[in-house]
Design a protein around this ligand. Sequence first.
Ligand code: CP3
Length: 355
Amino acid sequence: MSQLKNDRLLRALLREPVDTTPIWIMRQAGRYLPEYRATRAKAGSFMGLCENPELACEVTMQPLDRFPLDAAILFSDILTIPDAMGLGLYFSEGEGPRFERPVQDAAAIRALGVPDPEDELRYVMDAVRLIRKELDGRVPLIGFSGSPWTLATYMVEGGSSKEFAHIKGMMYDDPATMHHLLSVLADTVVAYLNAQIAAGAQAVMVFDTWGGSLSPENYRLFSLQYMQRIVEGVTREAEGRKVPVVLFTKGGGQWLEIMADTGCDALGLDWTVNIADARKRVGDRVALQGNLDPAVLYASPDKVREEARKVLAGFGHGNGHVFNLGHGIHPKIDPENVAALVETVHEDGKQYHAG
Ligand code: CP3
């Protein structure tokens, strides 16, 4: 494997010195880029794109060819796991992800097995291998998975949800079955992330998009506990370098201390927390990744620059900041604003790392 030419991301996630603040963007390969829309049209569907390693590699590279980003993120989706478990994932236009066969009772949940990542999810591992080859050491590749709780919400609800009626009903009425599902998912996520690392992922991130819907007590029991198992089970070194693990609970700003207690290397922050406060709370235990409001990118380039500077100044001097949005970039954003953002972070970030 070739030497990394830009390792700012890995260094910042491990709170090591860097020349300037690294930046990547959640959903950086997505519909705001015309070239992404063209490749997606060629693939026919979103899942067709994910399942084709050449096309998945092509869209992974697209944002890097436009902007000097400090990381690539595997182009895939968190819902590949339930699809590999046999639930039948499909995307209906304007409705988001759906499952043909959701798991809504104990019998369906007890019948689930742990998929073999190099078999049912081989297309993901092939994409990782191809992307690493194509990157040729330009920047590191981030692998990812959904958290057990977040995956379970889609599997039980059959798609996106606002109320979480089925899964929360089950969590309260039949916690043993809920824990069984989360435990199978934790084993699956560990195997999946370790296969991505073996295939070439150099950092991994766990997306807990719906952990913030839980009460504090249930967050610990039904989400955090299983992310802890993932942190403990993931391979932390590959190719002679540490593989940082990032945990991101959207709406989880109140739980940063207990998230850091899992032993992860970094926490993703959404935009509802103040990054200066977050840093005071976690101290030097973990790096922080975030946390510009994605809606700032609807404003003028000058406003984008101003708001980006506030996030940089909020984290302040020293090691351990990776710039990102607090959640995924919206499809209607002008790519020119992304260019302004990346340039500002690299230019203004320097002053926080001098000396
Ligand atoms: O960040 C990246 O560039 C990597 C790619 C990535 C995608 N999904 C591509 C995608 C990642 C890391 C994800 C994770 C993901 N997927 C999450 C966790 C992160 C988050 O956003 O909270 C979740 C909850 C999903 C499930 C999912 N996938 C939903 C709800 C949707 C529909 C959203 C929509 O806007 O239609 C998807 C589809 C999806 N995943 C798209 C992309 C680029 C858009 C699909 C398209 O091209 O039509």
